[in-house]
Design a protein around this ligand. Structure first.
Ligand code: SAH
Ligand code: SF4
Length: 425
């Protein structure tokens, strides 16, 4: 979501006649799009602007803009902490940026974090180079999981108008992007003018041309039969589901305010594996949630193995003071315990990922080639192409030509922990 915000801000700057520099120290304007999902990301943002503040001492005309989730939380208070910041721009006000920048350039210091959503405007978007375009379809969240700050920083759930989304997809395809990822905190809750995610996928699938469609993130219980059947039916929609489980223990799931138990989550995975050929299911897990016992943590390890999850993102629980669980200070676990559990969780992710990769050896799979580079490690070739399968596996294939941007069928010849090896057919 932050990447997408940054691409939009960069588009607005182009529109305003700014040019990007590779030397931040010489820039006239520096912008940071911040994340507050964990304390570490917040700390990184503060240390970045600390450096910029020092540069400003010798270059007083430098303008500094602070946006994203930390901005939304801090609002005017940010000026107390960092008096050298010129603009604090909240997550609901992105499209107000050009107007606010004019005021900043006229010498004002501005903060705009009003939670009334500022209307979307038709500025150009500077999408990152490559073949994958990330397109937000909804924002915010109503779920209030007890550990999570998103509902406080991105506000209530709201879906983008489907026409604006289709227009953005068409424009990305025209610019040569070959993989469209629809993005949102809970994409399955998409609902605009009676159109749900399945209907939106249908619309996008009907656009002409060879390209792929993905969507992230899915809330487990929002994966309906209609959505599964839509994925099976539509040729461009990939066989890939990212469904964060967070914990493999029923009591912890309740404490997290997740609305499913392990049995329900397993039933969803079973259904997907039964119905969708070659589907991969990836997840997110938190290690060391307040009050988590060793036994409850073991249930998470067991779940990851039993469910044969193909890959999982992991994180040590990071207290966010604004949230419900962030106030359960008497239940917090020590850093040592949290990071020990995180390490064991990561070992299990590696094990599951390798087991998952091995299942595909010998198969023929379609890849979208993303790069061409010198071969490294044990691959016996001078150069390789690297691509992604429909189910989101990375494949390295010895090849002497740059085939970036092409769809190719390859034969999978080997499996490593994080990638597959293949050969051209
Ligand atoms: N909407 C998605 C998740 C979005 S947040 C869902 O409901 O599953 C992305 C991930 O960040 C979460 O899945 C969670 O694993 C992690 N996360 C969120 N808050 C966290 C916290 N306080 N500490 C550690 N990890 C956290
Ligand atoms: Fe955060 Fe996802 Fe829960 Fe919403 S559903 S509160 S974004 S973890």
């Amino acid at each position: 979501m932050n990447k997408s915000d940054a691409e939009r801000l960069s588009g607005m700057l182009d529109y305003l006649g700014y040019e990007q520099t590779d030397v931040p120290k010489q820039a006239d304007l520096l912008i940071i799009v911040t994340c507050s999902i964990r304390k570490l990301s917040e700390d990184k943002a503060y240390s970045a602007i600390g450096v910029w503040g020092k540069w400003k001492k010798t270059r007083p005309n430098l303008k500094i803009v602070f946006c994203g989730c930390v901005a939304q939380q801090q609002k005017e208070d940010l000026f107390k902490r960092a008096h050298y910041v010129d603009m604090v721009l909240g997550t609901h006000r992105l499209y107000e940026f050009p107007e606010l920048l004019k005021r900043v350039n006229a010498g004002e210091r501005v903060c705009s974090c009003d939670e009334v959503v500022y209307p979307e405007k038709d500025f150009p978007i500077n999408k990152a180079k490559g073949y994958g375009a990330w397109i937000p379809i909804m924002e915010g969240c109503n779920n209030f999981c007890t550990y999570c700050i998103v509902p406080y920083t991105r506000g209530r759930e709201r879906s983008r108008d489907s026409e604006a989304i289709i227009k953005e997809v068409k424009s990305a395809l025209k610019d040569g992007y070959k993989e469209i990822t629809l993005l949102g905190q809970n994409v399955d809750s998409y609902n605009s003018n009676g159109m749900n995610l399945s209907a939106l996928l249908r619309e996008i699938n009907s656009i002409e041309g060879q390209f792929r469609i993905r969507f992230v993130t899915s809330y487990p219980t929002d994966i309906t039969d209609e959505l599964i059947n839509t994925v099976i039916e539509l040729d461009k929609v990939c066989e890939y589901f990212h469904i964060p489980m967070q914990s493999g223990d029923d009591y912890i799931l309740k404490r997290m305010n997740r609305r499913y138990d392990v049995k329900t989550y397993k039933a969803i995975c079973d259904k997907l594996r039964e119905k969708v050929k070659d589907v991969t299911i990836t997840s997110d897990f938190i290690a060391g949630f307040p009050g988590e016992t060793e036994e409850q943590f073991q249930h998470t390890i067991d779940a990851m193995r039993d469910l044969e999850l193909d890959y999982s993102n992991t994180a040590a629980y990071s207290p966010r003071p604004e949230t419900v669980a962030g106030k359960w200070t008497d239940l917090f676990l020590s850093e040592e315990v949290k990071y020990d559990r995180l390490n064991r969780l990561n070992d299990c992710v590696k094990e599951c990922c390798l087991a998952s990769n091995k299942k595909f050896v010998g198969k023929e799979m379609e890849i979208l080639v993303e790069s061409f580079e010198k071969a490294k490690g044990t691959i016996n070739a001078k150069t390789i192409i690297t691509g992604r399968t429909r189910n989101n596996k990375i494949v390295h294939v010895p090849c002497d030509r740059d085939l970036s941007g092409e769809f190719l069928n390859v034969k999978i010849t080997g499996a490593k922990t994080w990638y597959l090896l293949g050969e051209l057919i």
